[in-house]
Design a binder for this molecule. Structure first.
Ligand code: GUN
Length: 291
């Protein structure tokens, strides 16, 4: 069993971006600038946005963190997005999800200019991805593709089982893996809460992408010997021995599954850092395109 080390692969991507940004600085070109909007004070969202801002600092990007209180009106949030859309210095805009219940995710996502949609959630962006046109690929699926590419995992003709049908991970990764190219050219099966015979389907998987958000759902009797297992889950589970009061668990029962795999991602240190590296690549691309 070998580890798909997302921390290492993400570092390699950020190191390259740092070189590129420094070169842009020398040439007097615009420096990439990411704006992140955080509504409320959800602990996990604070951590994710903090990591994104830190990655900007490490690579020489500019970043702007916009904090808004939990009770902010939907209109105020939409106005802020429109202001960032108009700002020529901003290359990428992300609004951290989930949002408070009184705010429509859809309206928020649809308000972000597709030219600055570095999260890749806007319907126009998704439409282009489905068509195979150049566009921003949603950060988590893009990060998974970059990780498979970094470790030169051969995906051609392989049967990929995607667990979960979210707009952020399950659906887009199924489209990317079934597309042409490498990574890609997979036969893809998407499973969800209504899928029958899930265990039997999982056992057919040469590649399993677990993105359901249930800690340690994928057990060793669901995984074929030699499978490549990508764990997108990141659930906080109470652990009183930790200072934070919790530990992070993936969707895969890592301890019992790892020995059956040819490759597996750890949690943390697998898909998480790759999501951030992918976001940085999208922001860099947006900056390049706007100049
Ligand atoms: N919440 C969970 N994943 C993501 C992501 O990739 N982007 C944003 N904006 N919010 C998220």
């Amino acid at each position: 069993m070998q580890i798909l080390d997302g921390k290492k692969a993400a570092q390699a991507i950020k190191d390259q971006l740092k070189i590129n940004v420094a070169q842009r600085g020398i040439e007097g070109k615009k420096i990439p600038h990411l704006a992140a909007i955080l509504v409320g004070n959800n602990g996990a969202s604070e951590t994710y946005v903090g990591a994104k801002v830190k990655a900007c600092e490490e690579t020489g990007f500019k970043s702007t963190l916009v904090r808004m209180e939990d009770g902010i009106s939907e209109n105020k949030l939409l106005e802020k997005i429109e202001e960032l859309n108009r700002d020529p210095d901003i290359d990428g805009i992300l609004v951290q999800l989930p949002l408070p219940k009184h705010i429509s995710d859809k309206k928020v996502i649809n308000t972000i200019s597709p030219d600055k949609d570095v999260d890749g959630f806007h319907p126009i962006t998704i439409g282009k991805m489905v068509e195979g046109m150049p566009t921003f690929i949603p950060a988590t699926p893009y990060g998974i593709m970059l990780l498979l590419e970094h470790y030169k995992i051969d995906t051609k003709g392989k049967h990929a089982i995607v667990l979960g049908r979210s707009n952020i991970v399950g659906r887009p990764i199924s489209i990317l893996l079934s597309g042409q190219g490498n990574p890609g050219n997979c036969t893809v099966t998407i499973c969800h809460s209504q899928t029958k015979n899930l265990k039997e389907i999982c056992l057919q998987g040469d590649i399993i992408i677990a993105a359901i958000g249930i800690a340690e759902y994928v057990k060793s009797d669901m995984v074929k010997e030699g499978a490549v297992v990508i764990d997108v889950g990141i659930t906080r589970v109470t652990d009183t021995t930790k200072k934070s009061g919790f530990k992070l668990k993936g969707d895969v029962d890592y301890e019992n599954v790892a020995s059956k795999c040819s490759w597996i991602t750890p949690v943390p240190g697998g898909v998480g850092p790759m999501t951030i590296a992918a976001l940085m690549k999208n922001t860099y691309r947006s900056c390049e395109m706007s100049n």
